[in-house]
Design a protein around this ligand. Structure first.
Ligand code: ARG
Length: 614
């Protein structure tokens, strides 16, 4: 927890005041301290009087008056008077500028008043989760970017974090494309070099071949039929059956460790993952090959999971299939099909067991599309019932959480697609954002070489995309707009990066003018903009903690944006290097320095690339 926090300190004083004024309520009265809704009347307010009045059967303003009379805020805030009471019984509080400056001084440490957790926990974050033979598309942006940021936030708080990418690398669809590749190889027709685009194309082709025209045939038969058409569809279907049984036998060979099949699968895996990890790196995330824990890595455990659950009565047979029934959910969790095949849920059961019992997770956070919410409800409940979510020797299960995210929409409010209606490839999306960032930089970056310009454009483009994704409420859908995200004004990535650049250039200018920075100068807060900036700075620790608690990076984004807005008003109103006196200049330089460090730390915690100039 943050050290220097005015709200906590005020809460202590108010708790004491309430105890003195109303000994009968004891320790459990809420102090309800919050940022003031009327900044001209105070910095904070306590809303304690209203619920207390109800409880005591008194008038709220009378309760407020008694709290005011009993409160001792010396050394922290200006003394309370009857004037402090407003409306139905709010108590307005104006912090003492000296106390505020002291708190700011105490957050001016290397960790910015946010020390590592005293009791670090282990957090597993499910990130990325691409599927083999498919290009990363816009949907993977969120699982990758938000997942990595959630991981970084917990790391910032000193917890042990393990990222896990649940790669879709197993099962019948993968066997279909593997079979396709093998038959092309037999025919000497395998593309060389084999690229992810080839795989993507062959994947779709294999899917179509195995699917056949069963529905079309049924339709035609139902409506009287047409001999020629029927014959044609029947022959397509017969072929599809063959493809499908080939794929099934390929799956069996793969599971049995057949060398040639496995080598082809491995090739598929390597090509996909090389491209995927390159994009993870380009997105400035800390997702590496070590974090890949694909479905294939659980393949040998699935039969054991089902047998174990059956043996212990957690699962039961139902029409030849095996299910786990969950209280309160109409749909049971299916873990084995009647043909003996395992499912997505079976693998996730094994994954929970590994994550909790081997990786030691106290908390597992799944950053996955909201459309999978029923799936996670089912597997969380089933795994908890099975004891897979509980560490050996512990009484309580780990905290399992679906950090669900919404869909990225196009300007037409429908899922974001290319003009021709195809899903947008992530590479294309990133390239476009970088190109637009380059355009927005035109004429701004004097004296940079073309290579340096390109580096800056890359950082800004990536920051723009990431920030747009992170700053929107995670569970909501949002409309993707290049123009909005690369703007240098407003709640955007480039705006925050630019604020940091401006602070850095202030210090560069100071150095050129021979003005030294004094890290121990006395901080004095006079102007309302200085006080407001100080109050924002002191909120940092809580903003990070709140983002961690709710797995909502947008809370940290909103905080950093507020901080930059407060800084910008301060910078507009208060001269820094040209301040009237040397002590004012030194004090303001400390405000600038602290703002720069909090902003840099916050941006790093979000996983944003930064630049020196823009
Ligand atoms: N591969 C999955 C998909 O594309 C995402 C994996 C999510 N993680 C998990 N443990 N199920 O939908």
């Amino acid at each position: 927890m943050p050290i220097a926090d005015p709200i906590n300190q005020l809460a202590e004083r108010f708790a004491a005041a309430i105890k003195t004024a109303f000994p009968e309520v004891g320790d459990d009265a809420q102090t309800l301290i919050a940022a003031s809704r009327q900044p001209e009347k105070g910095d904070f307010q306590s809303n304690a009087a209203m619920p207390l009045a109800k409880r005591l059967g008194m008038k709220p303003r009378d309760v407020a008056a008694k709290i005011v009379a009993a409160a001792d805020l010396s050394g922290l805030a200006e003394p309370l008077t009857d004037e402090s009471i407003a409306g139905p019984g709010f108590i307005n509080i104006r912090l003492d500028a000296g106390a505020l400056a002291d708190m700011l001084g105490s957050m001016d440490t290397a960790d910015l008043g946010l020390p590592p957790a005293e009791e670090p926990t282990t957090v597993v974050v499910d990130v990325c989760g691409v599927n083999l033979a498919k290009q990363m598309h816009v949907g993977h942006l969120r699982a990758t970017v938000i997942g990595d940021t959630i991981a970084r936030i917990h790391e910032r708080l000193g917890h042990t974090v393990k990222r896990q990418s649940h790669v879709g690398d197993w099962g019948l669809p993968i066997a279909m494309v593997t079979a396709k590749l093998l038959s092309l190889e037999d025919a000497g027709a395998l593309p060389d070099p084999l690229t992810l685009d080839d795989l993507n194309r062959l994947y779709k082709q294999a899917q179509a071949e195995c699917k056949g025209e069963g529905r079309a045939l049924a339709f035609i038969t139902k409506h009287g039929g047409n001999a020629k058409l029927t014959a044609e569809l029947e022959s397509i279907n017969a072929e599809a059956d063959e493809y499908l049984s080939k794929a099934k036998s390929t799956l069996v060979a793969l599971q049995g460790g057949d060398q040639r099949v496995h080598a082809m699968w491995r090739r598929l895996y390597d090509i996909t993952m090389e491209a995927c990890l390159a994009q993870c790196a380009r997105l400035h995330t800390m997702i590496t090959d070590d974090d890949s824990a694909g479905e294939s890595t659980y393949a040998t455990e699935l039969a054991g999971v089902v047998d174990d659950l059956l043996a212990r009565g957690v699962a039961e047979e139902s029409d030849g299939a095996v299910v786990v029934r969950i209280e309160g959910l109409a749909e049971p969790c299916l873990i084995r099909k009647s043909d003996g095949g395992f499912l997505y849920a079976t693998t996730d059961m094994a994954a929970i067991r590994r994550r909790v019992q081997q990786l030691g997770a106290d908390q597992v956070i799944y950053c996955v599309d909201a459309r999978q919410s029923l799936h996670f409800k089912q597997v969380f409940a089933a795994a908890t019932m099975a004891g897979y979510a509980t560490k050996p020797g512990m009484a309580d299960p780990a905290r399992l959480e679906h950090a669900a995210f919404g869909t990225i929409l196009g300007e037409d409010n429908r899922p974001f697609k290319t003009r021709s209606g195809e899903t947008v490839k992530l590479v294309d999306l990133l390239d476009e954002a970088v190109a637009r960032a380059g355009g927005a930089l035109e004429g701004r970056t004097h004296g940079l070489s073309p290579a340096e310009q390109a580096t800056v454009a890359e950082a800004i483009g990536i920051a723009a995309i990431k920030y747009a994704d992170l700053s929107n409420d995670r569970v909501k859908d949002y409309v993707f707009s290049y123009d909005r995200m690369v703007a240098f004004e407003g709640n955007t990535g480039p705006y925050l990066l630019y604020a940091l650049v401006r602070i850095k250039s202030l210090f560069a200018k100071a150095e050129r003018e021979g003005i030294a920075f004094d890290a121990s100068a006395v901080i004095r807060l006079d102007a309302p903009e200085e006080i407001n900036l100080a109050l924002e700075l002191l909120r940092y620790g809580k903003a990070v903690a709140a983002a961690a608690e709710s797995s909502e990076p947008h809370r940290l984004c909103a905080y950093l944006y507020d901080l930059c807005t407060a800084y910008s008003s301060f910078y507009d109103k208060c001269h820094v290097l040209n301040a009237d006196t040397e002590s004012t200049r030194a004090s303001r330089m400390r405000l600038c320095d602290l703002t720069g460090r909090v902003l840099a730390d916050g941006l790093a915690t979000l996983g944003m690339p930064t630049v020196e100039r823009m």
